[in-house]
Design a protein around this ligand. Sequence first.
Ligand SMILES: CC(C)=CCC/C(C)=C(\C)COP(=O)(O)OP(=O)(O)O
Ligand SMILES: [Mg+2]
Length: 460
Amino acid sequence: MPVPGPSPAQSSLPAAAARFGTHGRGADAVTGGKPALPTGPALPFGPAARPSHPVPVPAPEALPVPAGGPGGDLAAAPVRQAAATTATPNPALERIMRGPSGVGTEGLFFFTPRQAPPAAPPAPADPPAPRPAAGGRPIPGLYHHPVPEPDPARVEEVSRRIKRWAVDEVQAYPPEWEDQFDGFSVGRYMVACHPDAPTVDHLMIATRLMVAENVVDDCYCEDHGGSPVGLGGRLLLAHTALDPVHTTAQYQSQWAQSLLSDAPRRSYRSAMEYFAQAATPSQADRYRHDMARLHMGYLAEAAWAETKYVPEVHEYLAMRQFNNFRPCPTITDTVGGYELPADLHAMPAMQRVIALAGNATTISNDLYSYTKELDSPGLHLNLPVVIAAREGLSDKEAYLKAVEIHNDLMHAFEAAAAELAVSCPDPRVVRFLRGVAVWVDGNHYWHQSNTYRYSLPDFW
Ligand SMILES: CC(C)=CCC/C(C)=C(\C)COP(=O)(O)OP(=O)(O)O
Ligand SMILES: [Mg+2]
């Protein structure tokens, strides 16, 4: 069912909500500069908008450990003293591999009861049994970890607050698209992905960014008012809502006003303002870097769409490593209320873990969104489509091959994460790795259960 375009009265509002619909099409363009709308918070990046000093970074032994959340048993001193490698039983290492216990921690295991780690003790006898997911069914043969249902009270509160932000603070979508916004279920998504968030305020940091990222993708890139034509200029200007321009007074104020001129920029600006207030400067810079990666991926995809180029499979996978969920799991420490320091984040082994996790989650999206994208206008690239075109396989064979690629990525991610947890048992590293792992699982849960948005092909 096509989504009706905005009414004339609403057409001055940027059409930003198509991301939240199952078949949202025909949105008006939002790329032109529109008159500034009333805004909520003050402009970001001014002295008043920022903490005058970074949020204090706790020492490892002082890391916040929410009750029942991950990391609780990881902050213990014995873990910090665990040997880099060991051939003999080591209680600290055993605890790392065993991971936390308690409700909500199933997704935090690198090794599940189904997959015993090499040279590691068996998992605890009574791991929490996840309740069945909200709906939908997993893709047959897709390697994943079920998660418990996200805390309904948190889901309700995040959902309430995010709608107020989207409607009142950034005017992200016109009123008639409310049901599509609700159907996206971003509250359930973020609560599932961040079970260790200490408070709803922490969850809101991730939720605003998630909405803003989708508003930009829909309105600038996708067929909800977006287009590959001119995308570079739009994305660069939107990127300045995350990474501010520093120029002379006359142009500084013009630039600041421009951030209010469409829904993507209003959303980025506001979500970044909230994020930067909670993050350390290093965490904010990490996010900017990840978003620059994302925008580069959007541009490669757009360039191929413009020239109707179907990439080789390895070229597609390279593009999709950038056009990727990566900016979402990499804020897990900010949302968890602690910091993975920059030098630990920058370790090549950590970078590999992050890339593999991002790639697995993004190929999972390719699989769950396959039928939606087949229905969209033009040729929408995703991994099964590219494999079919480039390797001469049937649609079904290509899809099943893409499932295998996803599974290989997941196994590589888990192996790399477990290896790093052993070789660098700093509790912040281990907690971050678990945060990424549970984000991967929450992301799968959301895709599987979002039957409003996704449906599986008829291949089984
Ligand atoms: C949330 C975020 C950082 C998104 C950036 C990249 C992105 C939009 C995806 C990885 C999702 O892929 P896709 O555009 O194919 O989304 P849908 O399949 O339309 O849900
Ligand atoms: Mg997709």
